[in-house]
Design a protein. Structure first.
Lengths: 282, 273
């Protein structure tokens, strides 16, 4: 906390210190921060300009790619109470369900496995194997087990996300700083006390990395499942339906909505991590 | 079958009688053996560490200074031998340990004050008892920084001060210090050195200090334990008896210079051997 104002203050202090020899200090100094704030918007703006030009100049037919403002308009009206909002909500709900199952089962399981290295080594191959298997490849298998149902979409997404959570939590415990464990032991902590006062905390940061990847994975699989497992709602379903009837405006709006959702989830988890694992990286 | 054949051998091995150390001994080490990668680091090693004194451990690189105190503190398992504290085992003895790397010794998820109180909570002390002891510690260390901050918000010297407070919180019988100053700048080293000396004069806690700085080792010590190259033996135990509090002036006293010179001679003899 204390470091932020000082580090933010340092460049400012440096510029005022340099002001006397500079030719035009008043104009030179304050411009820099403004530019820094603009930088993140350059990429998206350039993309939209290129997109617009490509459509306007007819490089790509408007039937395949709508003008950006049309897509954005469809996105905004759709999310402002239109049918897009319902599909958006459905996708969020499925992702949240899958994620919660993965987190609630995966974190304790990972921490437990990690605290007994032998237990982890004995299932390591399985976890690594299925973690490396694209979860979408398992969709037919899940179809056989759960049928074409609502549960299926959540189950397959939860499965894919679960492995990521287990893997990261387990490694978090395995790689806990040995010295902190020793410090607790030398103070007379029992195995259980070492576990609850040190190992769980040490695993939090890698666990959060796992949760963040898991929520992205859950979203990916939910969208895929909505596309191909007889869904009648959700962003994936909407994307594929609008593609079938060549409603490109709606299709791009849905794609942008899915992107915004993924981005927002990522940012949310980064913020949560910073809040909860406040010591991370210090 | 083999169990039956081997049984008589086990019975026949003569158990050497326990030899207690001289009067004033706190820690007795008998027949300590420790192998590292198939080579003996310590073999049948005996040592008496005096009570209410500071013993500095000094020796060539790789002779296992830290390993020695880690074995005594129970952080590194021993292959065979016996280590007793006033005749008790480690399990019945309260110890404190200060690590070189304070960053990885404190718990960053707890506020500094909770870090220091942690060993007391492990003992199951009530909140009132913990608070009383914390107030005592804060007073005796004359703490000038905010203990409600998290450890990573403090400077290195403040974190190491907190580590020492944590180690001393449960009033340990023995305090182990593994190169506690090596990660600190000179100013903080001086400061913590003085703090340690003050605490020692107040409490008389037996201290075992591993140091790679001879001046520092002698300055704080009542006895300088000099070790040989591996397989490690005791090269010499040199007493240094100047009165406390020792100060910057002590560093230029003839007795200090003599003790340091003697230690250096023994050290060099052992390194060249």
């Amino acid at each position: 906390m204390a470091a932020i104002p000082t580090s933010a203050g340092a460049p400012g202090a440096a510029t005022t210190a340099w002001a006397p020899p500079a030719m035009d200090p008043v104009a030179g100094a304050p411009r820099q921060p403004v530019w820094d704030k603009v930088l993140p918007f350059i990429g998206p703006v350039v993309l939209f300009i290129v997109w617009d030009l490509v459509v306007r100049l007819g490089f790509i037919k408007a039937i395949l790619l709508p003008p950006p403002l049309d897509a954005l308009g469809a996105l905004i009206t759709g999310l402002a109470g239109g049918p897009l909002l319902q599909d958006f909500g459905m996708t969020v709900w499925r992702t949240v369900q899958a994620f919660l199952i993965a987190a609630i089962v995966g974190m304790p399981l990972g921490v437990l496995l990690g605290s007994s290295e032998k237990a982890y080594r004995s299932v390591e191959f399985l976890i690594d194997f299925f973690r490396s298997t694209p979860s979408s490849a398992l969709i037919p298998l899940f179809l056989m087990i759960f049928g074409v149902s609502e549960i299926n979409k959540v189950a397959i997404a939860a499965f894919g996300a679960l492995l990521i959570v287990v893997f990261n939590s387990a490694y978090g415990v395995i790689n806990a700083r040995k010295q902190r464990v020793m410090a607790a032991k030398v103070m007379g902590a029992s195995r259980w006390q070492v576990f609850k006062d040190v190992l769980i905390w040490e695993s939090l940061q890698p666990s959060f990395v796992g949760l963040r990847s898991a929520v992205s994975m859950a979203l990916v699989i939910v969208i895929v499942a909505e596309m191909f497992i007889g869904a009648d709602s959700g962003l994936g379903n909407r994307i594929i339906n609008s593609q079938q009837v060549m409603n490109v405006r709606d299709m791009y709006a849905s794609i942008l909505a899915a992107g915004a959702l993924g981005y927002a989830l990522n940012v949310l988890f980064l913020m949560l991590e910073k809040r909860i694992v406040h010591w991370s990286g210090r | 079958m083999s169990a039956v054949l081997n049984a008589p051998f086990n019975v026949d091995v003569p158990v050497p009688p326990f030899r207690p150390g001289p009067v004033g001994t706190h820690i007795t080490i008998r027949g300590l053996t420790k192998y590292f990668a198939g080579w003996p680091l310590y073999e049948n090693f005996d040592l008496d560490i005096p009570k209410h004194k500071i013993t500095s451990v000094f020796g060539p690189n790789g002779c296992g200074k830290s390993t020695l105190i880690n074995m005594i503190a129970g952080l590194v398992p021993i292959d065979s031998g016996e280590i007793l504290f006033d005749g008790k085992t480690l399990k019945d003895t309260k110890i404190g340990y200060v690590f070189q790397n304070y960053r990885e010794a404190l718990f960053p998820w707890m506020r500094t004050i909770d870090n220091i109180a942690y060993p007391l909570k492990l003992e199951g002390q009530s909140k009132a008892e913990v608070d009383r002891r914390m107030a005592e510690l804060v007073a005796s260390f004359d703490v000038k920084f905010d203990l409600n901050r998290y450890p990573y918000e403090l400077s290195g010297g403040q974190q190491q001060t907190a580590s020492i407070m944590r180690a001393l919180a449960p009033n340990p019988e023995v305090l182990f210090l593994d190169e506690p100053f090596s990660a600190l700048d000179f100013e903080m080293t001086l400061f913590i050195r003085e703090k340690l000396q003050e605490v020692f004069m107040q409490t008389g806690t037996t201290m075992l200090l591993v140091s790679h700085d001879l001046e520092e080792a002698v300055y704080l010590a009542d006895e300088v334990l000099l070790l040989t190259k591996r397989p490690t033996r005791v090269a010499e135990i040199l007493p240094y008896t100047d009165a406390r509090p020792r100060t910057i002036e002590t560093l230029t006293e003839p007795s200090f210079i003599h003790a340091k010179k003697r230690s250096l001679e023994v050290f060099q003899r052992e390194v060249r051997r």
